[in-house]
Design a protein around this ligand. Sequence first.
Ligand code: NOJ
Length: 556
Amino acid sequence: MNEKRAWWKEAVVYQIYPRSFQDTNGDGVGDLNGITKRLDYLKNLGVDVIWVSPFYPSPNYDNGYDISDYRGIHPEFGTMEDFDRMLHGIHERGMKLVIDLVVNHTSWDHPFFVESRKSKDNPYRDYYIWRDGNNGGPPNNWGSCFSGSAWQYDEATDQYYLHLFTPQQPDLNWANPEVRDRVFDMMTWWCDKGIDGFRMDVIGMIGKENYLDGAVPPGGLYGSFEKSCQHTETTHRYLREMRERVLDKYDLLTVGEAGGTVEQGIRYASLDEKELNMIFSFEHNDGLNDGTELGKWSDHGAPLKEVREIMNRWQLGLIGKAWNSVYLSNHDQPRQVSRYGNDSPLFRVRSAKMLATLIHMMHGTPYIYNGEELGMTNAYFTRLSDYQDVEVHNAWKQWVASGRVHPEDMMRYFARIARDNARTPMQWDDTPNAGFTTGTPWLAVNRNYLMINAEDEVGDPDSVYNYYKELIRLRHTHDVIVYGSFEPLLNDDENVYAYRRVLDGTVLTVLCNWTDRTVPCGLKEESPGDILISNYALHKEGVLQPYEAIVKLGKE
Ligand code: NOJ
């Protein structure tokens, strides 16, 4: 075995979107006490680490990814005592807690920004990125990630500030050493409180190197900031500084939300451990689109050929040099069974299990997004007013209200890919509002909760939940799943995603049928060993049944 052992390599991480997990006070919003209430459910599932998305004070323009106090708890989520109780409950059960670190930007309500915008000579002015306008317009042509210009004019001082996301999320100026001091102090404060790691929001954007106009895609309205502030040398420098000044002092799991290319991934997550443990890549989700100026808004599906080419490239590219994270869904993506699998009543359970097998047997730390373990599906909202997400409403303004895209087309894109599809409340049981709240949920509960809910699944040995539980148990039992090599098989097969993992003579063979048909198994010779796990009770030699997944364990 060449890989050095580490607990975060052997772990399975479970992401909680706290607004949508469990409400305990009837206000329709999930809370920290709700997480504490459900810790036994997570322990029973077997996950090692819980990552909780932001729970800090925030005006919620972007559901908490706009933070106004990094050391507080938003009253809608509870109090610091509730946090301490949750952390204690997690540790008591032998699990760990990763918190979200959102420091590319703050909320515009953060005291730093409130000060910064007051005057040009305010001591906090240089905490943010302020520029003069250019010919009566913004300083450059950059578009924000959530539509519109990335610059907001501020009358008080007749200058613009940079916001790569909404205007309510001004970008911090990491070039200012005081900003870095403040961020590192705050991280140290949380580490001393006992947290076990950080998921770092859009961390690849912190190092801005210049403010030059970016390329405008054909038919597009704005230029890209990619070249000036994505994955720059400056970002790597800041991460190394963060590592030395904070991270190295503790035993943490660090995962950067970064995207980028395989080469960039290797730098961030290199095994030399100078920056982060791992990053989230985006190519297998955000990269699947029609390549038009509409970006993610398209009818583009998830063809096996494309998904496999991307995921295998990351597997092969990082192994031996860096550590992968593996996931298909999170709070920024639709539900994975709806996007990559088949959420029709006939195939939902099988395809959810097939996707889980594919991911959990790969090289890298697997991430489960709350509800994924139940096979929860997209919300398929039919009215614009059903959506709460700022990204949806901004896209509507930019593309539909301006007459560039037909409303029906846009509603179809939203139903397929919008973030709110995965933000509907957890489906705990078949009582009103799926047991999520006794009040009015902040976002509508998916109507299929009578069919899909945790209470039924925990008690059903054939459920998606119990299949995940077994996958996690296997990871904890067989080193080959964590530390084995990765060898793609059947690279040209149109129906089957297959690979092998090998460690010290032990071979793990994974075969996943990506289709709703029975297809030839593809392998000329049956692979060695016995079936370790499958989503069918009976495997038929030589074929794979619809969405069948089988994993064999044997000796070379
Ligand atoms: C990535 C987060 O995952 C997403 O939810 C958020 O909108 C942006 N970063 C901005 O913080």
